[in-house]
Design a protein around this ligand. Structure first.
Ligand SMILES: [Cu+2]
Length: 106
C-alpha cells in the first residue's frame, strides 16, 4: 500500500516537471522574476496577476525592438513567446514604463 502511494506521488511529480514552462508573473507592477535565463528554443509564458492591464513589449521605452508586443488586459491573462536565438531580450510594460524585465537566452 505504501509503495503504491510513493509511486503515485513520483508520477505526479514527473508529470508536473514535464509540463512546467518557465514563466514570469506580473504582480504589483513588477515582473517576477525580473530576469529569467532559459535555453534557446524555450517558450516563456507571462501571467498577469494584477486587476489592471499590463503589456509585455520588447525592447526599452526608448528603443522598442518590435520582436513582441502583447497586451495582458486582466487578471489571468497570459502571453507566450518562443525564444529561438541566444541573446539578451529586454522588455517592459508600455502602460507602466518603470516595469522592466529581461530574458537571457543561452
Ligand atoms: Cu503595466
Amino acid at each position: 500500500m505504501r509503495v503504491v502511494l510513493v509511486l503515485v506521488l513520483l508520477l505526479a511529480i514527473v508529470s508536473v516537471a514535464a509540463s512546467a514552462q518557465p514563466g514570469v508573473t506580473l504582480q504589483l507592477f513588477q515582473f517576477r522574476p525580473a530576469q529569467l535565463e532559459v535555453k534557446a528554443g524555450t517558450r516563456v509564458t507571462w501571467t498577469n496577476q494584477d486587476d489592471i492591464e499590463h503589456t509585455v513589449t520588447a525592447g526599452t521605452p526608448e528603443r522598442r525592438d518590435g520582436r513582441f508586443d502583447t497586451r495582458l488586459p486582466a487578471k489571468g491573462a497570459t502571453a507566450t513567446v518562443e525564444f529561438k536565438e541566444p541573446g539578451v531580450y529586454p522588455y517592459f510594460c508600455d502602460r507602466h514604463q518603470s516595469m522592466r524585465g529581461e530574458i537571457r537566452v543561452r
